[in-house]
Ligand binder design. Sequence first.
Ligand SMILES: *Cc1c(COP(=O)(O)O)cnc(C)c1O
Length: 363
Amino acid sequence: MSTHVIPAAKPLIGDDERAAVDRVMRTGVIAQGPEVAAFEGEFADHLVEGRSCVAVSSGTTGLHLGLLAAGIGPGDEVVVPSFTFAATANSVALTGATPVFADIDPRTFCLDPASVESVLTERTAAIMPVHLYGHPADMTALAELADRRGVQLFEDAAQAHGARWQGRRVGTFGTFAMFSLYPTKNMTSGEGGMVSCATPEIVRSVQLLRNQGMERRYENEVVGFNARMTDVHAAIGRVQLGKLDAWTEQRRANARFLSEHLENVVVPFVADGAEHVWHQYTIRVEGDRDAFAAALLTEHGVGSGVYYPIPNHELPSFGLTLDLPQTRSACDEVLSLPVHPALTPDDLERVAAAVNAVAKAGA
Ligand SMILES: *Cc1c(COP(=O)(O)O)cnc(C)c1O
């Protein structure tokens, strides 16, 4: 066995990021300022077809503020997947609204429009799909459903910077969409989030909520938060944005290699019209998934991750009993393999050989 462990994720921070931080530190302006404004404009042009973007302190905060700006609050229901990171439903609950959990399409791991339709009620105010693992949700069917039933559509695009659905960028479908800039995501600012907004009203509302409800200093118009991004973080994000396309191409090449070389496991499906950005490369292991992951690590030095082992509705924080069979089996079977752009050709061969060996041994 080779000596180094291949990690499941690896943020790439280089000299340019360090130099950008230093440049901002030398200006003396380090809280939200011109770097944040520049980052918002560049992100908008590069990733969401010029839609206005508002930078905030985290992805979770971006969801929370986007929901509030869209008018979501007590008495409302927002349909979300249960198979996602807890921040999706948490942000709904934090507004005082109720997250309503729907099941996923077993092939794409994203919200199943038929399951969404089955949980709509008079109180449903919105549907918030997650573009999980970097694979876009079926935005054609979800937008049609939202239109037909007169509810809003939002997007949790935390994992999907640059993905497209039927040629159109994710982050341009919903009233708002959120991109996370956490270190393990496809690009990072350290911590941070970006909210892509459909209308000037949503832009202004998210901006107000981000800064204590103030546009003009000490003239607070609404009750708001301190959810600002700093110029130091924005400077890192701007450098990363410039590298994102090359990294995405590398993720795609890595995913192609794995799908061509893996045997005896279920490799990821890509829907027609989906341009996947491979935040995760996720296989299904029928059998003892956790033993499979342990064997990859201890016998072959290959890291992997389970995103996510527990359906969100079953977490102690929600504590619900629901029948979501596809969510259940995904939680039991998924295993994400290294696909990040820091992998070398040797690493990739090691990952494929390790998975094939463990699958063959029938772990
Ligand atoms: C990471 C993530 C979030 C939250 O983003 P943070 O920047 O960590 O707050 C929300 N939803 C999904 C699907 C995520 O993966």
